[in-house]
Write a protein that binds this ligand. Sequence first.
Ligand SMILES: NC(=O)c1ccc[n+]([C@@H]2O[C@H](COP(=O)([O-])OP(=O)(O)OC[C@H]3O[C@@H](n4cnc5c(N)ncnc54)[C@H](O)[C@@H]3O)[C@@H](O)[C@H]2O)c1
Length: 317
Amino acid sequence: MRILVTGGAGFLGSHLCDALIGEGHSVLCADNLLTGRMENLTQLAHDKRFEFLQQDICLPFDPGKVDYIFDFASPASPFDYLKHGIETLQVGSAGTINCLELAKKYHAKFLLASTSECYGDPLEHPQKETYWGHVNPVGPRSVYDEAKRFAEAATMAYHRYHHVDTRIVRIFNTYGPRLPINDGRVISNLIRQALRGEPLTIYGDGLQTRSFCYVSDEVSGILALSRANEHLPTNVGNPSEFSILECAQAVLKVTGSTSIVKFEPLPQDDPKQRRPDITKARTLLGWEPKIDLHTGLELSLEYFRSAVESASVQTRK
Ligand SMILES: NC(=O)c1ccc[n+]([C@@H]2O[C@H](COP(=O)([O-])OP(=O)(O)OC[C@H]3O[C@@H](n4cnc5c(N)ncnc54)[C@H](O)[C@@H]3O)[C@@H](O)[C@H]2O)c1
């Protein structure tokens, strides 16, 4: 297949490009490099089946016939989407509609990268796909949450009105190599601080929980969904739940750091608990994550060490 991956220069999109090339497909990555980096694609630069198109997908574009579209373009870390609020709203709305129009034109299948943020600060635990969420529509995080909820609605509308063959994955916190060290996500923050010997920042009392999925597990779940005949949203994430404090302890153990922990106020609308119910993915796709937090941190350590080292070399220059 010739596959379009929007946002393919980002953390998850680049791992998805690798996996699709590994399966023998041709991949066209369209990315405006707002939060992505060309260095995430270095390993594909000389592969004849890989093309890169620097493109803002909010503007109409036509890459020619494609068979599948994976729509992954969007700032994803709170740091990025709060900095680029309007762009986040635009890419979730105009960007997704442009991709759906392409899917309609070329009879391509379409998969939307949605998010657990659609559940907001949830009142149901763990979150099933049938839960409609508890989202503040006007809070600071609404630029991301509502953009993704709109993108899901648009995807279902193109499926219902135009019979586009669509899928929606609700991705829960994913981590691994290529996660930028300064993007404010929990794992990157904690590992960066631990490797630098700085205090680990915990927001609130650290008892709020998260679940973390290693990137290879996430990508294999997304690929399994891409082959399934399911149009309503499907959660793909790791259901093992850790408090942020437990996560900090795991990071200290894996890095061997002696950093202390410091507490700061909780940001507005920060969810207290987030954990996927993956019954649907288990039964429908026969998928479940294989890599636990400790192993995933170990697998990520070499990348984070070199990213922290090259950032400090840049600062010294
Ligand atoms: N990583 C996670 O834990 C996670 C969790 C839930 C959902 N997701 C979703 O997965 C997708 C990828 O997330 P990520 O973690 O790789 O983020 P990322 O910021 O690393 O990647 C996003 C990519 O989209 C590109 N992009 C942004 N706006 C664009 C535009 N208008 N036109 C073209 N390209 C544009 C960026 O340059 C970047 O390369 C996002 O849609 C995100 O919402 C990720």
